[in-house]
Design a protein around this ligand. Structure first.
Ligand code: AMP
Ligand code: ZN
Length: 106
């Protein structure tokens, strides 16, 4: 989607460093970290939120990416968060999984 900030990041428009990338997703640091380590797992395919996503395979892949990326980065203990809907605090309407580790300020 052309006006979606995460699609722009995926397309390399902001030169964002990907700490992990696979066929389905990219992982990068949150610009406004709420923890010592705050990563976002973002599917390459645009979907507004979990409510709009019916792709079971993609959802499984994203959870596996959480495991693979954290393992690769040496993160053993972490919290995952998916904000779904404005009232729940979703600000970017491109599905993503937060990974929070270390001291968490949520
Ligand atoms: P959510 O509230 O679940 O939609 O989370 C969106 C997250 O995206 C927030 O934690 C923001 O800090 C983060 N964010 C917004 N813009 C950027 C960006 N350009 N690069 C990295 N993270 C971003
Ligand atoms: Zn998008």
């Amino acid at each position: 989607m052309s006006d979606c900030i995460f699609c722009k990041i995926i397309n390399g428009e902001f030169n964002t460093e990907f700490v992990y990338e696979d066929e389905y997703s990219v992982v990068f640091n949150d610009i406004n970290p709420k923890a010592d380590t705050h990563l976002l797992v973002v599917p390459k395919q645009h979907t507004a939120s979990l409510n709009e996503c019916n792709d079971e395979q993609l959802l499984g892949k994203l959870m596996m990416t959480v495991k693979t990326a954290t393992k690769k980065l040496g993160i053993n203990s972490y919290r995952t968060v998916i904000n779904t809907g404005k009232e729940a605090g979703q600000e970017v309407f491109h599905l993503h999984i937060h990974i929070l580790s270390g001291e968490i300020k949520l």
